[in-house]
Design a protein. Structure first.
Lengths: 62, 152
């Protein structure tokens, strides 16, 4: 099963809005959910999939 | 036995660390308000799920309501973190991130003040599934007994 690769915007952000569906593309980004939803709606996506961004240059341990 | 198969996700390039996210939706059983579809991080090392307080607030929960006693929880580095248990309906969506395949109508989930990704931990989520994280095949497979399946 191929890895789903998500292209991050150049600007740093905490959340992405993806089009619905497993292979969604990024339609908006923001640092908080409220702004993200507004931007997604403006982009024509009323019910986006919300993805928290993890910095690809960092390694995380939880 | 019902099953669902999900891909791994990475940011920027497939050579980045691949991470296991699952699409979920949370709602407040009291108010009926629900989140959009959220990608939640699977954390097999976490004893329980964690939700950011901002999200709990958006669903009508008062994070630090006087009736909610904070329970002491430890981060992996031993740091004390106050968590506040609130009741949610938790729905797992299928790989299409649209169809609900499993749900738990009422579960108390720990919420914290910090703006963290939603973490799916053991006691209140992963324990319901046989979960196979197949790194060579880059997929995660969830299976659950049909008798305990809570598909709506």
């Amino acid at each position: 099963m191929p890895v789903v690769t998500i292209n991050l915007p150049k600007q740093k952000c905490r959340f992405l809005a993806l089009t619905p569906g497993a292979l969604g593309k990024v339609v908006a980004y923001a640092n908080d959910r409220a702004t993200l939803l507004k931007k997604a709606k403006k982009a024509g996506v009323d019910k986006p999939v919300i993805m928290p961004v993890l910095d690809p240059r960092s390694r995380y341990i939880f | 036995m019902p099953r669902a198969e999900y891909p791994f996700y990475s940011f920027q390039t497939p050579t980045d660390a691949c991470r296991v996210y699952l699409p979920i939706r949370l709602s407040n059983p009291k108010t009926g308000s629900s989140t959009d579809i959220e990608m939640a991080l699977v954390d097999t090392g976490a004893d329980s799920c964690v939700i950011p307080g901002s999200l709990a607030g958006a669903l009508g929960h008062n994070l630090k309501h006087k009736a909610i006693r904070p329970s002491p929880t430890l981060g992996i580095n031993g740091t004390h973190v106050d968590t506040y248990g609130h009741t949610f309906r938790l729905e797992l969506l299928g790989p299409d991130a649209e169809t609900v395949v499993w749900s738990n109508d009422r579960t108390v989930i720990d919420c914290i003040e910090a703006e963290v990704p939603i973490l799916l931990g053991t006691q209140d989520f992963l324990a319901n599934f046989k979960i196979t994280i197949d790194y060579p095949a880059q997929k995660v497979v969830l299976q659950w007994p049909s008798t305990t399946s809570k598909k709506p």
